[in-house]
Design a protein. Structure first.
Length: 129
């Protein structure tokens, strides 16, 4: 009886265990992109990426296709000319691997959030070298 329960317990544990091997998609289009920003830049990025055929959603959700989180942040230099840089990173939510990285001086991307989003989408979707 104990042996049967042990076998049943092992079967349950192994059937619930996550897969031992994760194979990330070979192309960015294999990912669902997660953009949690609700500001004008985040909305512009989401709309631009959707327009380019990507699936974009507002939150990470378990049990779905591979996802890439879109992280946007700024950095201001302390030395003159003290540029403010806008950085975008797309990271695989399962491994943390950076899939795409874009950095540019904020003032070179255009005066509005729409212009900036358009420039960032163009850079993100460009084929990597």
């Amino acid at each position: 009886m104990k042996r049967g329960l042990a076998l049943l317990g092992n079967a349950v544990v192994w059937s619930c265990a996550p897969p031992a091997h994760y194979e990330p998609p070979s192309d960015l289009r294999g990912y669902e992109l997660v953009i949690t920003r609700d500001d004008s830049l985040g909305k512009g990025l989401a709309n631009g990426l959707r327009h380019r055929g990507f699936t974009v959603r507002p939150a990470v959700r378990g049990g779905s296709r591979p996802a890439a989180y879109v992280l946007v942040f700024t950095f201001r230099e302390t030395e003159p000319p003290a540029l403010t840089w806008l950085h975008v990173r797309l990271a695989d939510t399962r491994t943390g691997a950076i899939l795409r990285a874009v950095s540019a001086p904020l003032d070179s991307l255009g005066p509005s959030a729409t212009d900036r989003a358009r420039a960032l989408v163009d850079s993100i979707t460009a084929s990597p070298p």
